[in-house]
Design a protein around this ligand. Structure first.
Ligand SMILES: [Mg+2]
Length: 174
């Protein structure tokens, strides 16, 4: 009943994604949410750890793009710091912007993974297109005002599911 909202993978943070495994499984592009996925909601600067993670992803060969429902100014400013393309006001889970994001990075749905912290936007939209979806636990810190209620509903949908520990990921626990 909830399958359309459930991610392919669920990990603690972007830093727990096994990028090499993704590459080996044919994924070539990462489309990622911004707020509470890469950084806390509203954070203005990219931490060094995030920059290093992105560098690593690009070294492996991934094309990366931000897909955010937040406004243009916020998203463009952050993407410029990271040197990656971005689409703002994406209206996830609508699928239009996912198509635009894949066009930007030159990948097909089968070659794309969507990374995000919300089931009803990031994950649902990706699932609609058959894109591999990776849920991360929200980056702690400030949240958008309307999010608390959504988190409650998400917990119901996740029904006790927990993010994979990194050792499970490496031993094929997923
Ligand atoms: Mg988010």
């Amino acid at each position: 009943m909830f399958a359309r909202f459930l991610p392919t993978d669920y990990v603690t943070s972007i830093y727990h994604i096994d990028l090499r495994h993704l590459w080996d499984s044919g994924v070539r592009g990462l489309v990622t949410d911004l707020d509470n996925t890469l950084v806390a909601w509203g954070a203005l600067t990219a931490p060094e750890k995030l920059v290093a993670w992105l560098d690593h992803a690009r070294e492996l060969g991934f094309a990366v793009c931000i897909l955010s429902n937040n406004h243009e100014e916020r998203v463009a400013r952050f993407a410029a710091q990271l040197g990656i393309p971005a689409l703002a006001r994406a209206r996830k889970p609508r699928t239009g912007a996912y198509h635009k994001a894949m066009a930007l990075i030159g990948t097909t749905p089968a070659q794309t993974a969507m990374i995000g912290d919300q089931l009803f936007t990031d994950v649902w939209g990706g699932n609609r297109l058959g894109i591999r979806t990776i849920l991360v636990t929200p980056v702690p810190g400030q949240q958008h005002g309307g999010t608390t209620m959504i988190r409650r509903v998400e917990r119901v949908v996740l029904r006790g599911r927990k993010p994979l520990a990194i050792d499970e990921y490496f031993t094929g626990g997923h």
